[in-house]
Design a protein around this ligand. Structure first.
Ligand SMILES: [Fe+2]
Length: 253
């Protein structure tokens, strides 16, 4: 006799260990390539904290809400709601803001514009509400954030801050979130009625988020422009963009 649980397991669910391995390899790669905090200038350290803040403060809950709208299984929904509840109940965006203020790294216009295009790409990806893609991406992000927290805390410490609630909370609690998101992924795959994307297309969101994180870390050419130049360039692109949509804004140089 075949048990009820055995009949619910789809062949796609067996891909989870290899997905987890792939995502962990990407995270290892990213962590290994981080520049040493004490070799960065104070302004470079401030820039990383500020660009990170400009993305995370207003977007993480948005991304998780997108995940909630996309998923179909009760298991995935309850895990995401649990995560969202913690974000809102414990005011994680406030923690983020306090962290940035204490490190003297509130985002400037230039910081916001430096991540604009890559953030737009991630927002539009989330907006497609493709459940398996989104859950893989969120699992990647939760795995990455807990590895990144000691680095972010060190940047802030070198900037003279001792406000570490944000990095303390996310360096510990999100370990549970990662495990929960992989369970949610399994539930979504088990429920999926359509064949899953194969090969690299499953990691489309991971690649987009990685590019966004790279822009947070790297002091790219856009950051070196003056705020005035950025403002003019941005307004000019908006004026010429069809429909004036954010997605029509080309990548920052
Ligand atoms: Fe959080």
């Amino acid at each position: 006799m075949i048990s009820e649980s055995a009949t619910r397991i789809s062949p796609d669910a067996s891909r989870i260990p290899s997905i987890h391995e792939h995502v962990d390899r990407v995270i290892d790669d990213m962590v290994a390539s981080l520049p040493k905090p004490d070799r960065l200038s104070a302004d470079q350290r401030r820039g990383i904290i500020a660009r990170y803040t400009s993305v995370l403060e207003g977007n993480f809950i948005y991304w998780m809400t997108g995940a909630w709208l996309a998923v179909k299984s009760d298991e995935a929904r309850s895990k995401i709601v649990e995560n969202l509840t913690e974000e809102v109940r414990d005011a994680h965006p406030l923690m983020m803001r306090k962290f940035a203020i204490a490190a003297g790294a509130l985002p400037t216009t230039a910081d916001t514009l430096a991540v604009h295009q890559n953030l737009t790409d991630v927002r539009l990806f989330i907006g497609r509400l493709s459940s398996v893609h989104i859950v893989v991406t969120m699992a990647f992000f939760e795995g990455w954030i807990q590895r990144f927290m000691p680095y972010l805390a060190e940047l802030a410490r070198l900037q003279g801050s001792s406000e570490m609630e944000y990095t303390d909370v996310h360096g510990v609690c999100d370990i549970t979130h990662t495990a929960e998101l992989y369970n949610a992924l399994e539930a979504e795959m088990t429920l999926a009625t359509e064949p899953l994307p194969t090969g690299s297309s499953l990691y489309e969101g991971v690649d987009l988020l990685r590019k966004l994180i790279d822009t947070m870390i790297t002091d790219n050419a856009a950051v070196t422009r003056t705020v005035k130049e950025q403002g003019v360039a941005f307004e000019s692109r908006r004026a010429h963009a069809p429909g004036n949509g954010a997605s029509a804004v080309p990548a920052q140089a």
